[in-house]
Design a protein around this ligand. Structure first.
Ligand code: HEM
Length: 403
């Protein structure tokens, strides 16, 4: 338990490590990982109260699961399912076992920053007779030339994103919700992912991905003035979203395989030029530190451009895409090795935005044409989900849609 881990720090790595943990304001003291909870009710923002799991710090363990409604599940049965899920998620996020849970999987564990985020796919609306409430923003994503999508692991009527800083807490929530689906919905696909564990690093910086890069630096920040407009649907809805989506967001989910064997054949300098940032500390190749703004017009002393024309950060930047922006909140994944020995590993890329046509779609179109990183990636699965605002007291998630 926590005492054992703390003992290891004190007795094993020595006083230096223990001191670093206590000084690091961004990471969590070992004993508080379990007790930390994230309110299922969400936190109020300018456009409403989004569900937890969007602006929440990335947790260590992630589960993504999509369901299709079973034949015969009507609107009423769907509302009942969402109420069961909401009530269980609310209890578990507070660190309580839901009613009738005898599994014991999370016994003696705290909430461990558990979040449960619920979304609706395009195919949901017709099945429950709500076609008139289908957001235009849920229009199918276009095909991209680098796609190699497995349709069986794509899309789905309903989508859950679970995150927690403890593996048993995360699995318990997953199992509980999957069981509560009962006869109403069937699992369509499932994916597991991970991030760094709080306390694993003394450096309070952005997480790394499986290519080793610091990833997430130039994400829109919740304190920025245009953050809410970029990420959340405004009050009353807009041209691409009906009113029931006010305060909500759209999740683009892409399982992106990293071709790590080819990538690892590049030299460090080549890898850094492909991204446009240094691997060690994430600083842009135009100079400065991780947080220094990227200077796309900077030339090196030898007259060469500091950030190459096909560098990922140049091609993906809002400046190159008429301001298009999204909040990237991914999990890494590793599902073993293919027969030829290559790792089945990469990024469960999750991008949040108020409208995919002003976020993921134009940026991915651009990346598809001219991104140096694309040669080392393969998009293997895809989904797009409407994630409404959080449920208020006594409400269930999606109530404004279903009633
Ligand atoms: C930036 C890696 C896929 C959009 C970055 C950075 C890294 C990175 C290392 C620089 C640090 C940062 O600002 O976060 C990756 C990897 C990918 C991937 C490994 C796939 C496995 C994508 C996709 C999109 C995207 C599919 C969108 C369609 C962006 C954006 C930025 C960025 C918007 C910030 C650019 C800026 O304003 O400086 N990515 N990326 N990335 N990436 Fe990716």
């Amino acid at each position: 338990g926590a005492a054992g881990a703390a003992g290891l720090i004190a007795g094993g790595a020595g006083a230096v490590a223990a001191d670093r943990v206590s000084r690091d304001t961004d990471s969590t003291a070992l004993t508080s990982i379990g007790t930390t909870s994230v309110a299922f009710a969400g936190e109020a923002r300018a456009h409403g109260t989004p569900q937890a799991g969007i602006t929440t710090a990335n947790q260590t363990h992630g589960h993504l699961i999509a369901f299709d409604l079973a034949p015969g599940t009507d609107r009423k049965a769907t509302a009942a399912l969402l109420r069961r899920w909401t009530e269980a998620a609310r209890e578990m996020s507070d660190g309580r076992a839901p009613d009738q849970d005898s599994s014991g999987i999370a016994l003696d564990a705290g909430p461990s920053s558990l979040t449960v985020t619920m979304g609706f796919g395009r195919t949901f609306f017709d099945k429950v007779g709500l076609k008139d409430k289908l957001p235009q923003a849920l229009s199918p994503l276009p095909d991209f030339s680098s796609d190699a999508l497995d349709r069986k692991r794509s899309d789905g009527d309903l989508w859950l994103q679970l995150g927690a800083d403890d593996g048993l807490v995360a699995f318990h929530a997953l199992r509980t919700l999957q069981r509560l689906a009962g006869d109403a919905a069937r699992t369509r696909w499932y994916m597991a992912g991970f991030n760094r564990t709080p306390g694993a690093t003394t450096e309070p910086r952005t997480t790394r991905n499986l290519m080793g890069q610091i990833d997430g630096t130039n994400n829109p920040k919740p304190e920025e003035e245009d953050f809410d407009t970029r990420i959340f649907v405004p009050k009353g809805g807009d041209d691409s979203s009906p009113e029931w989506m006010a305060g909500g967001s759209y999740a683009v989910v892409r399982r992106i395989r990293m071709l790590l064997d080819s990538w690892d054949n590049l030299s460090l300098a080549q890898q850094e030029r492909v991204i446009g940032r240094r691997k060690s500390d994430g600083a842009p190749l135009s100079g400065g530190t991780e947080t220094t703004p990227v200077d796309l017009n900077k030339f090196a002393a030898d007259g060469s451009i500091a950030i190459r024309g096909d560098a990922h950060v140049r091609v993906a930047a809002p400046e190159s895409n008429q301001g298009a922006a999204m909040l990237r909140r991914p999990f890494s994944y590793h599902d073993g090795f293919s027969d030829d020995g290559t790792p089945d590993a990469g990024l469960l890329f999750i991008a949040w935005q108020a409208d995919p046509m002003k976020g993921f779609v134009p940026v991915q179109r651009k990346l598809d044409r001219g991104d140096g990183l694309s040669r080392f990636l393969r998009h293997e699965a895809s989904g797009l989900f409407a994630v409404p605002a959080a449920a208020g007291d006594g409400e269930y998630v999606g109530q404004r849609l279903l009633e």
